[in-house]
Design a protein around this ligand. Sequence first.
Ligand SMILES: [Zn+2]
Length: 346
Amino acid sequence: MERRKSTVKTTGSGATDIRSADGRKSIHAAPRQPCAFSVRKSGFSPFSTPDYMMYTDDLFIERNVPGKPHKGKVLAAIQPHSDDIPLYAGGLVAKLIDEGYTGYLIRVSNDEVAGETLGHGVVQNEIDNNEIAKALDLKKAFSFYYRNHRMDDIAEIELRQRIIFLFRVLKVDTIVTMDPYDQYEMNPDHLVTSRAVEYATWMAGGRADYPEHIKAGIMPHSVNEKYYHSNSTRGLHWCNRIVDISSYIDKKVESNIANQGKGPAGSHGSQFRKRLANENKKLPVLGDDDRTADFQYVKEFLMKDWKILGEEFGLEYAEQFFYIGSETNYTQNFLDYAEKHSIPLH
Ligand SMILES: [Zn+2]
């Protein structure tokens, strides 16, 4: 589609230069400015970068940090279904774990609709979720087992309480999950989950919410950092953070291969290789064995859109997020101001 072919480049002065793929300038006439930017796509997967992005003026590129700067901190990657984190944030999660976080994977649905039968879907996706946690070096995988595609019929307040409980017990500092304000979302599980997570990040730090936790020794613990990823190709997405995942693309690929029960990855590569062989053909990029075919299929085709996104920013591969950092310490700011400007009473 034509609207997907334009690119945006931010110049050194901060001005924005909008061009289509063939180099023509935007048709927008001054003073009208575009408010969203179309994202180029490879056309190999419906599960990729969003259609449109709204880049903020403080867009930040998060690069590799040497050492273990996040040692002692706890990360929770929360997904409604077993393929959401691997597809949209697998590179970020692998990066943060490598930089010192202890991480947990929390899956909210039971993924029953992604199987040969509903029962098979429940079992296979539970196995997959555990394998994804291993592929991303996460310490433990949790599942809440809400029924797949029916989460708009659950008590959201119960889900929120379950998440608050885990945030407090695990002492979660940072979360990665789907953006609760993702537009044109068709899967009810996605927004129900991310809404509950958004509320829980704040409420987990309060002493008045679920006071029985505190009496039982489970203390309040606020989540300070949030990375929200978009969902699929629909709608537009706020983006204030581009994360360089070039060093972690192979980990992201492995986490997607772990999804045997659902998603576009799993063993689709080896199946495609067999299909071609039946037609007496082969794609050299898929190699000569099933394992290579599965890996290369994901890396060369399904990850292509994150490669295109990376290229926009001079990176090999990138993921995009709306990032919310820790709150300003307003009290300390007042105290600092008073320290600097106070004069003697007498
Ligand atoms: Zn999903």
